[in-house]
Ligand binder design. Structure first.
Ligand code: PMP
Length: 368
């Protein structure tokens, strides 16, 4: 055991956290980073200036706490989402990770459970651990799809307090049919639970109508989680949010830290939302790069999953670790999610996409 690990073991941490590992996507400084599904397009200058101006305004008042209820931001987010939503339906926090943590804190906790269907976003079990909520790993079919019948049967069997459906799913990239969400919702409501649909990648879906936002009316136990980290190219700001019945936002107020969204975060997010046309302009280009990856990987004899997101999950590699190393030696970082024979790559700019496809092709040629 390393000295650092020994020192950690010696601390009086909670027993249930002993031996656990933190979130650990590698952070390696290479020219082309396609491993954490960021939007790799640079911020447009006009937006950078608008953000600077907004922060300049609030800088004079940084001696004061921010608006604890971030009313303007909630209004702007509701307007962006549409579907008749108002500020009362919207909640936000520092990334959708914090949004999910708050939801787990208030609806999960000791003696309660959260269920999701693996492979899925690797933070769900970690957020469950942190909030002392039992994580139940539901199963998918061998091709990683999830049918309504299977999901509903597993929910009824395990009776979780919270169910998280990630759609489009990370790392597989595919969105769920709306019917699956509707049917899981009915089962969850029957159990007096909460259904969270994590739509971090919704803006990249092939069919924008697929969003669970359309299901919100009349479904008071449904939470649709979104983020500005992906489509808005705003991962550095940390702004995630959800839409739900206003009572869900009131529930989360019981556990949030007061003033959790800083004045700087609020001002930056507002400036970005007001310039959303420019920021979201790259979404089409990213979808195009994603489609190009899927088509080319097929031509190369690999098996990419259909993608509704800004990344592609693919199999068909003999040795994914060797392929990962080969790409890294070319200055390209992709993601090994620990699933045999598979890798995941973020759709970057057209140039980054070309460099990735060329390097992978060279690798396949080199291995014969
Ligand atoms: N949900 C999913 C499915 C994700 O892939 C991510 C980020 N990788 C998040 C939530 C968290 O995003 P953020 O905290 O940046 O909003």
């Amino acid at each position: 055991m390393s000295e650092a690990l020994q020192a950690l073991e010696n601390l009086p941490i909670r027993d249930d956290l002993r031996g656990r590992s933190p979130y650990g996507a590698p952070m390696i400084d290479v020219p082309i980073t396609l491993n954490v599904n960021e939007n790799t397009h640079p911020m447009p200058d006009e937006v950078v200036e608008a953000i600077g101006a907004e922060i300049g305004k609030v800088a004079h008042r940084l001696n004061r706490y921010p608006d604890r209820e971030f009313v303007e931001l909630r209004q702007e987010l509701a307007e962006f989402l549409g579907h008749g939503l108002t500020a009362d339906n919207v909640w936000a926090a520092n990334g959708s990770n914090e949004v999910l943590q708050q939801l787990f804190q208030v609806f999960g906790g000791p003696g309660r459970s959260v269920m999701s269907f693996v492979p899925t976003y690797s933070m769900y079990p970690l957020l469950a651990d942190g909030t002392n909520t039992e994580f139940i790993a539901g199963e998918r079919a061998a091709d990683f799809t999830l049918t309504a019948e299977s999901a509903v049967a597993q929910v009824i069997k395990h009776r979780p307090h919270i169910v998280v459906l990630c759609s489009p799913n990370n790392p597989t990239g595919t969105a769920l049919e709306k019917e699956v969400i509707e049917r899981v919702y009915s089962a969850v409501e029957e159990l007096d639970g909460i259904l969270i649909v994590d739509e971090a990648y919704a803006e990249f879906a092939q069919d924008p109508e697929q969003t669970a936002l359309t299901l919100l009316p009349g479904r008071n136990r449904l939470v649709v989680s979104r983020t500005m980290s992906k489509a808005f190219a705003f991962a550095g700001v940390r702004l995630g949010y959800f839409a739900a019945h206003p009572a869900i936002a009131d529930a989360v107020r019981l556990v949030r830290l007061p003033y959790h969204l800083s004045s700087v975060t609020q001002a930056t997010a507002l400036a970005a939302l007001r310039h959303r046309t420019q920021l979201l302009a790259n979404v089409e280009d990213i979808k195009d790069a994603r489609n190009r990856i899927v088509t080319r990987l097929r031509e190369l004899g690999l098996k990419p999953a259909e993608s509704d997101s800004n990344f592609v999950f693919f199999s068909g590699l003999q040795d994914e670790k060797e392929a990962w190393e080969y790409l890294l030696a070319d200055g390209i970082l992709v993601r090994d999610n620990g699933i045999a024979g598979h890798l995941r790559v973020t759709a970057g700019t057209q140039e980054e996409t070309t460099a990735f496809l060329q390097s992978l092709e060279n690798y396949l040629v080199s291995t014969g």
